[in-house]
Design a protein around this ligand. Structure first.
Ligand code: SF4
Length: 697
């Protein structure tokens, strides 16, 4: 009867940065029926294929059910004593920078907060970095350079209110499907709305576009510099906004004028159509994602986009603004609590002595490091050369996902002490660990995540942890206590941690930064339990709030900074030295290394096996036929992929998805091929630009 029907529990999808609300109803058999939450502002009831299949990913098969030391099952006490002891001894012998945490944009904010506090405040190193470094670090760096803080100015509603949406380096249709659906619906309701897709490859997103710009890899800076010149020459600069709120206009424009639009690789017709649409439309939102971020000049790409919005005052107003969409569910929450090697919590700056002192006092911490720690690529390089001797990896699988993944495996194999916390004991990374700790996962964990529009939502625990699995915040706190800091890590619940974090945002307010959650610092446990999605900055009526329409930037001067950025391509991308250029990305129905989505058979029906898209002209040259196996090689490592002919990639370029790991007798780990070249400002690796060779297997 209706009276007996179990109540649906409101929670949040654990996959992408859209942060869709989910209604999960216990089915009475240990599972969950899944629906989109019609009341969640991010998705208003929609879910994509991955979110809809969450109920099929709850099996206990493969779950790590008890701690393991080497191959033997151990008690939690023995395992955590060992972890605390090895970290303590390593620090005593080699200093705090000899240890590291590598964490994940899938951790909840409370897990992230405790990990960051333990490493930066108590161990005394900034060696905590995250797989979000591979995802949006260039956006963070670009935002900080332009705005003074890592602030996303807009709200999802802007995508529906815009008259022109420019999607740069984003296959939104597959990677953020519900946002894409919102744009599709808005365009259907207002057919005058235009969409431009800037991507070297034709994707499912291009189907919606009025204009597809098949830009040359790395050509985005030149494109937006050409736009800045067109805006200036067409009298489109908002001189009043620039005069009141922006520095650096002249230098940015002079650099833009010095650039050569040929670097875009676009036909004159396509380029002028882009310029005509952008300059002729007031309400423009520019969405950017991994095609922008994952590049050696990723931060400059971000600033080239921000320059155009700042010059025209098209920022922070309804239907206008630059919009970074993050790949992961809690990349934003992790940023907010400082879970990157070059940041402090609450958007404070590691290089600022006053900020460090305030954080130290707030935590009553023995120390705060005054230098950045190792960013992801450097972290594993230091593991490889022995500078980092103990590493704790949480909720992520770097043996598959890091660039030059074969080298990362070798580094972990040679490391003195590797701890892995994960739901599964047989991931490629977990197999390399000395200690494996069973972690709770989605449907068991409890806490908060922040999506790409700064909206904090609850993930709620609905199922009991299997076996002896424990929450990451709880295990981190336990290790903190065992290492000698019982008072600082005396947490009993995620609500307690959230309150401490919300109270800590007072520091952000005190230093004139953007992040203010102080009204949430007094939430009772039951109020935290019932907390509805809320976006910051908080307003009493809960309405969406944007930043920067009237200035108010978080730099020392209160003014934004336009940056002179050069569109010249790096030499090796100019001279055509590479036989082929490898572009990487996601498929529609899988997530990261498939440890969860691989459990739902229907999610493998769309694309069932690893593949590489190659242009037919290149196939003919290489004597390849459809469905042949090709050996793709870089970094001295061969990867075998099935050949998919495609005119969606240009000759000389190939595309392969990132999800698959080792097959029966070969490797399909595409990250073995990608480059460790990183952006100089963000440290984000160039996952889209590896030079590879291809031959028939
Ligand atoms: Fe989950 Fe993203 Fe799909 Fe929403 S769009 S259901 S958050 S994967």
């Amino acid at each position: 009867t209706a009276v007996d029907a179990p109540a649906a529990i409101r929670t949040t999808c654990p996959y992408c940065g859209v942060g869709c609300g989910v209604l999960a109803t216990p089915d009475g058999r240990g599972g969950l029926d899944i629906k989109g939450d019609p009341d969640h502002p991010a998705n208003k009831g929609r879910l994509c294929s991955k979110g809809s299949a969450l109920g099929e990913t709850l099996a206990r098969e493969g779950r790590l059910l008890a701690p393991q030391i080497g191959e033997r099952t151990a008690s939690w006490d023995d395992a955590l004593d060992l972890v605390a002891d090895r970290f303590r001894r390593t620090i005593a012998e080699h200093g705090p920078d000899s240890v590291a945490f590598y964490v994940s944009g899938q951790l909840l904010t409370e897990d992230y907060y405790v990990a960051n506090k333990l490493m930066k405040g108590f161990i005394g190193s900034a060696n905590i970095d995250t797989n979000s470094r591979l995802c949006m670090a260039s956006s963070v760096a670009g935002h900080k350079r332009a705005f003074g803080t890592d602030t996303v100015p807009g709200q999802y509603e802007d995508l529906e209110e815009a008259d022109l949406i420019v999607l740069v380096g984003s296959n939104l249709a597959w990677c953020h499907p519900v946002l894409f659906q919102r744009i599709v619906a808005a365009k259907a309701a207002r057919p005058g709305m235009k969409v431009i897709n800037v991507d070297p490859r034709v994707t499912a997103t291009s189907d919606l576009a009025d204009l597809h710009l098949d830009i040359a890899p790395g050509g985005d800076v030149a494109l937006f510099n050409a736009l800045l010149v067109a805006l200036a020459d067409g009298g489109q600069v908002d001189a009043d906004y620039v005069a009141r709120h922006v520095d650096g206009f002249d230098a940015a424009l002079a650099q833009a004028r010095a650039d050569d639009a040929d670097a875009t690789g676009l036909s004159p017709e396509k380029l002028s159509e882009f310029l005509r649409l952008w300059t002729g439309t007031r309400k423009v939102v520019t969405i950017y994602s991994q095609g922008v971020n994952q590049a050696r000049n990723g931060t400059d790409k971000v600033n080239a986009i921000l320059n155009c919005h700042l010059a025209t005052g098209r920022i922070g107003r309804p239907g206008m603004g630059p919009f970074s969409v993050t790949g992961q569910p809690n990349a934003m929450g992790g940023r907010e609590v400082g879970g990157l090697a070059n940041m402090l919590a609450c958007h404070l700056d590691l290089e600022n002595a006053e900020h460090r002192a305030a954080v130290k006092t707030f935590w009553d911490a023995p120390t705060i490091p005054d230098a950045p720690g190792a960013k992801a690529v450097d972290m594993f390089r230091k593991v490889g050369n022995g500078q980092i001797k103990a590493i704790w990896i949480m909720c992520t699988n770097p043996a598959v996902s890091m660039p030059d993944a074969g080298d990362v495996r070798a580094a972990l194999r040679g490391c003195d002490f590797v701890v892995v916390s994960d739901m599964f004991g047989d991931t490629d990374t977990a197999k390399l660990a000395h200690v494996r700790l069973p972690a709770t996962g989605w449907a068991e964990k409890d806490g908060t995540v922040t999506n790409s529009e700064r909206r904090i939502s609850r993930q709620r625990g609905m199922l009991p942890p299997p076996g002896q699995a424990r929450h990451d915040w709880d295990v981190l706190s336990d290790v903190g206590r065992r290492m000698g800091w019982p008072r600082a890590f005396d947490y009993a619940s995620p609500a307690e941690i959230f309150r401490e974090y919300a109270a800590m945002t007072q520091l952000s307010v005190d230093f004139g930064k953007d992040l203010d959650l102080t009204p949430l610092a007094e939430l009772s446990d039951s109020q935290f339990d019932a907390m509805a999605p809320v976006s910051w900055p908080l307003r009493p009526d809960g309405a969406a709030q944007r930043f920067f329409a009237d200035g108010g930037f978080f730099t020392d001067t209160g003014r934004a900074r336009m940056l002179p950025v050069s569109g010249a391509l790096p030499r090796d991308m100019r001279d055509g030295a590479a036989p082929f250029r490898l572009n990487t990305g996601r498929v529609r129905d899988h997530w990261h290394t498939m440890s969860r989505t691989g459990m739902a058979p229907k999610l493998s029906q769309h694309l069932a096996e690893p593949y590489v898209e190659i242009h037919p002209a290149d196939m003919a040259r290489l004597n390849l036929r459809p469905a042949d196996i090709a050996t793709i090689e870089a970094n001295g490592q061969p990867v075998l992929l099935r050949v998919m002919p495609s005119t969606k990639v240009k000759p000389g370029a190939v595309f392969a998805p990132i999800h698959w790991t080792d097959q029966v007798a070969s490797s399909a780990i595409v990250s073995r091929l990608t480059t460790k070249d990183t952006d100089p400002f963000s440290g984000q690796p160039d996952s889209k630009g590896a030079a590879v060779s291809i031959r028939k297997f």
